[in-house]
Write a protein that binds this ligand. Structure first.
Ligand code: MF3
Ligand code: CO
Ligand code: CO
Length: 288
């Protein structure tokens, strides 16, 4: 245990008593009352937060670039090429490439694909498609993660509505993040909103801590109950990335590639993702 006059564990250069002493006390107190609290490894230091923000600059720039280039007739392999080249030329590494055997630099999930779609030269974007492009960048050892939807050519009203409501689901989830609030409030609010619009929330995949690794604790459900799960505290960095289906919530993973999640009933699915930081008095969206 640190003494009051030791340097703080967060490497701020301040004495413990002037820095995280009260914070640690508060966490211990909550833990003793039975609340779930994050381990110290989930509290990012100032230096780590700066590193994650640098990584996010590349990740955001990449998604901006894809937004400018994406069009009817483009293959998802061309999106992958953009991702690889842009990331490498900016000094980063595409985190998906070779992660657990994932073969490409970015995920491209079209229409009834929920997530983890694999770019291919055989998949050509056509008018009416909706596509999620999910980018994860490593820069200087720090990870950032975000995804956006793109509507290709003329899309149906039903598809457009799904894309819009899913974006609202992300915004609503983010608005629930409060220092010393409950993680469970995020999923509860998203589920309430999505289901009130007649949509369903995918259960198998969720948001996650991020920053020093691609997937850290905690797992963030996009459904659930208010007042449950981990207490969110300043310094935590995690993603919110709701996957919303027009039909049922059930999904299956493509047996041929072992990655791509697809809706069981074939209905359209959409997803938006941001990386957020919990601050002393609110939050910061790192991926914008
Ligand atoms: N970016 C994805 C996420 O939001 C993770 C991609 S890992 C991959 O968690 F291997 F599928 F690319
Ligand atoms: Co993610
Ligand atoms: Co992602």
């Amino acid at each position: 245990m640190l003494n009051r006059n030791d340097n703080c564990w967060c490497e701020s250069g301040l004495k413990y008593k002037k820095c995280h002493l009260e914070f640690d006390k508060k966490l211990r107190d909550l833990r003793s009352k039975g609340y779930i609290t994050p381990g110290i490894e989930l509290i990012k230091t100032k230096k780590q937060i700066e590193g994650i923000k640098e990584s996010a600059k590349i990740n955001n720039g990449l998604l901006d670039l894809i937004g400018e280039k994406i069009r009817v007739g483009m293959t998802t392999q061309e999106i992958d090429d953009l991702a690889y080249n842009y990331t490498i030329s900016n000094g980063g590494i595409p985190a998906p490439l070779n992660y657990d055997g994932f073969p490409k630099s970015i995920c491209t999930s079209i229409n009834n694909e929920v997530c983890h779609g694999i770019p291919s030269k055989d998949v050509i974007l056509k008018s009416g498609d909706i596509i999620n492009v999910d980018a994860t960048t490593i820069f200087n050892g720090y990870y950032s993660d975000a995804s956006r939807m793109f509507m290709i050519g003329q899309v149906s009203d039903a598809a457009r509505k799904l894309v819009e409501v899913t974006k609202e689901c992300l915004a609503i989830g983010i608005s629930e993040v409060k220092p010393w609030g409950f993680l469970g409030d995020i999923g509860a609010a998203i589920q309430e909103y999505a289901e009130s619009r007649g949509y369903s929330v995918v259960r198998e995949f969720g948001g996650h801590g991020v920053g020093l690794d691609i997937h850290e604790e905690p797992f963030i459900n996009h459904f659930g109950k208010r007042g449950t799960d981990m207490i969110l505290v300043p310094g935590m960095v995690f993603t919110i990335e709701p996957m919303i289906n027009i039909g049922g919530h059930e999904v299956f993973v493509d047996e041929d590639n072992g990655w791509t999640a697809i809706t069981k009933d074939g209905s359209l699915s959409a997803q938006w993702e941001h990386t957020v930081l919990v601050t002393e008095d609110g939050i910061e969206i790192i991926s914008q």
